[in-house]
Design a protein around this ligand. Sequence first.
Ligand SMILES: [Mn+2]
Length: 291
Amino acid sequence: MKDDVLRFYLKNKVSLFGVGEDYEKAEYIVFGVPFDSTTTFIPGCRFGPFAIRLFSENIDHPNIDEAYSKIADLGDLAPTLSVEWMLKRVYRVVKEIIGYRKKPIILGGEHTLTLGSIKAYAEYVKPMLLVFDAHLDLRSEFMDTRINHATWLRRLLEKRADEKVAIIGYRDFSREELEYAKKNIDLLISTQDVERDVDKELDRFNDLIESSEKVYVSIDLDVIGLENNVGVSNPSPNGLTLPQITNFFKKIPREKIVGLDVTEVNPLIDKGASASHAAYLISYILFHKQD
Ligand SMILES: [Mn+2]
């Protein structure tokens, strides 16, 4: 049939790792959030979802074989300029996905999206929120608005003070944010802490993971340092490296991870370092062979 010939030779679209759209069978559901309206430094992470997919299709992932049957990529969220509407849509989509006992993989877009995603878990077992970020994102307000990429975690904790949160790889913050973090964040590990005594930090980290039934992972790609050429909306030097980050995932049982987002990849200034790191991290976190 002519149609079969066309389907054989013509590729439909770019997707994460080249997976299909079979929602029914999939355990992980991918969607993109092409949103960067609150960006305050370098705009462009609205193009992040496409770049992560493109690089993911052009890197061989040694751990990814089983992913093809387990992941479906359903495309991007309908675009909006309104941060409130973006959050509502992310919340609605994540709620639908976890309502079917599936797990979202969200491709950002700016980090603010995590606020909508994590709220969707309210009716279920509350996951511990594991954040990798150069920043604390705990400002009370930033550049005259209260909901943006630098305040989203503060907004979350104001409403849900019992949220268990760890932030790894921070190094770029205000004094006020650090004071707030020391009172409200369960585990804080800076890049300097990792350099000083990584085994001690991994012990603290693993204790918190063991005491948590479920884990939601949120990675801001600026956790990786500018010295690794990552193109992100707020680049910051002296970051973590890929092996330093994957080290933290070695002992997390895969079934504990109930959701994952990777944010702030900015293809307008990225030559591929942040998009490829994002794709690699997704494949490693969900599909690496565990010890
Ligand atoms: Mn962030």
